[in-house]
Design a protein around this ligand. Structure first.
Ligand code: BGP
Length: 475
């Protein structure tokens, strides 16, 4: 075992993330203010682990003061969450603000600022209003793009004095991939064309919100939180390399290229045309996207994605799916988080960082989410009642190490944020896998308690030194 230490630069963000729908709960929510998530939960509660979902969540809406005090105790420099679009208005089409909800957001921001924690705000973390989903088809509709830009305008106008870092979406590829491409989530409609239309409209909505933000001259930066899956081919052979290239094109470059370079990859446009799933767009859309790229990117990274060339011919009876170009590859001997079924490979952070440096004009970026969801964490509770999550400390240390290494290698890495601040509700998995620095005790009134990892976090924030042991011996 070797011991390594790394200095953490003074301006390096050390934060944690959450989202509105995964924490707030429905207290104070008015009829007609469901998000797509709420609507899915109401229709298919049976697929949510033990029936838990967004209804109570962590009740952050009522307990945010307690949580901000814990953030301070854990030493966060930054906290990222979202504003819940579905609750921000009582009338989405006429942009009538729900004053109670807006006051709550104001209070949360004030509480964070008083505690010396910088808020980072996402405009959408899957909280598309259900009404716009039901009546307009969600992001398939241009009208929804217009309504989002109006929403962004209202939010900027109201909170620009308190927030300096804005993000249009969290993981913009996710909802439509689960709903329209893989049809795993309500309303389970397989339609690859709709999937791409949502992708395009989210790119356009990002560019339009950026345009508005800059035209109004608001202070601060605006970007997006993406989840590029670092994709490794099984082998160096051309067919496996192509599988990785196509996977990357459909799930990563579809957002990275337009947001950072202002245009779609030619290969993507050609491939979609060939499969007759090209989406509708105008020349003006492309011009707006070209002129309004992001200032910075948040990058959510959890695990590597490994692919190989498909072993079977595509079934021609089914609609086009990018999976005709790849299939998953399982690396024998891989290290696993068996609770979540995800491989652990900290090098993804360094590899992604180097790609941002070389292929994406060394854009400023930060790890916006990285974390480890673990089942039955109660088994790690010590006699003082504290969950001793050494596995999480190890996971964070190894990943933070890669982020610091990437910064030393000249990438524009601004910081590292963990998912999540408290345990919270995941889509379907609900509270099954616990992610927090802070435990939410479901058996006892959702009481909060710092885990060992929260004390570790505080210690690295105070010392600005990361120390870790690396197993580098030939044994
Ligand atoms: C990210 C999402 C988060 C969070 C996290 C954990 O993709 O941005 O909202 O849920 O994943 O993953 P999961 O909830 O699937 O366990």
């Amino acid at each position: 075992m070797a011991s390594i230490t790394k200095t953490i630069p003074d301006d390096f963000i050390l934060g944690a993330a959450a989202s509105a729908w995964q924490t707030e709960g429905w207290q104070g929510k008015q009829p007609g203010q469901d998000s797509w998530m709420d609507a899915w939960y109401k229709r298919e509660r049976h697929v949510w682990h033990n029936g838990y979902g967004p209804a109570v969540a962590t009740n952050f809406y009522q307990r945010y003061k307690e949580d901000v005090a814990l953030m301070k105790q854990a030493g966060l420099t930054h906290f990222r969450t979202s504003i819940n679009w579905s609750r921000f208005f009582t009338d989405y089409r006429n942009a009538v603000v729900d004053e109670d909800y807006a006051t709550y957001i104001d209070n949360v921001l004030d509480e964070l600022i008083r505690a010396g924690i910088e808020p980072m705000i996402c405009l959408e973390h899957y909280e598309l209003p259900a009404e716009l989903f039901d009546n307009d088809g969600g992001w398939a509709s241009r009208e929804v793009v217009e309504l989002f830009v109006r929403y962004a305008g209202k939010v900027f106008e109201r909170f620009h004095a308190k927030v300096r870092r804005w993000y249009t979406f969290n993981e913009p590829v996710v909802v439509q991939t689960r709903v329209y491409l893989d049809a795993l989530r309500w309303p389970h409609e397989q339609n690859t064309g709709t999937w791409m239309q949502w992708n395009h409209h989210k790119n356009l909505a990002t560019a339009r919100a950026i345009q508005l933000f800059r035209e109004k001259g608001y202070p601060g930066t605006i970007g997006c939180i993406l989840n590029p899956e670092v994709t490794y081919p099984r082998s160096s052979a051309a067919h496996d390399q192509k599988a990785a290239q196509m996977y990357d094109l459909f799930y990563n470059r579809v957002f990275l290229d337009p947001m950072v370079h202002g245009c779609y990859p030619e290969l993507l446009l050609d491939t979609l045309a060939r499969h007759e799933v090209a989406w509708h767009y105008s020349e003006n859309d492309l011009a707006v996207m070209r002129d309004n790229c992001v200032d910075e990117l948040g990058i959510n990274l959890y695990y590597p994605h490994r692919v190989q060339a498909p072993s079977h011919a595509w079934n021609p009876e089914t609609p086009f799916h990018p999976a005709c170009y790849y299939e998953p590859f399982t690396l024998p001997g891989r290290r696993m988080n068996t609770s979540r079924g995800w491989e652990i490979y900290p090098q993804i952070i360094y590899d992604m960082a180097m790609r941002l440096k070389t292929d994406y004009r060394n854009i400023p970026w930060f790890i916006a989410e990285n974390g480890m969801g673990i089942e039955n964490e109660g088994r790690f509770r010590n006699s003082d009642g504290v969950i001793e999550d050494d596995y999480r400390i190890e996971f964070y240390s190894e990943h933070l190490f890669q982020a610091l290494r990437a910064r030393e290698a000249g990438t524009n890495c601004l910081g590292y944020m963990v998912w999540a601040f408290t345990d919270n509700v995941s889509p379907m998995n609900a509270f099954k896998n616990r992610y927090g620095l802070v435990e939410i005790d479901l058996e006892n009134n959702r009481d909060r308690r710092l885990k060992k990892s929260a004390y570790w976090f505080r210690q690295i924030r105070d010392s600005r030194v990361l120390a870790l042991s690396v197993d580098d011996e030939w044994k």
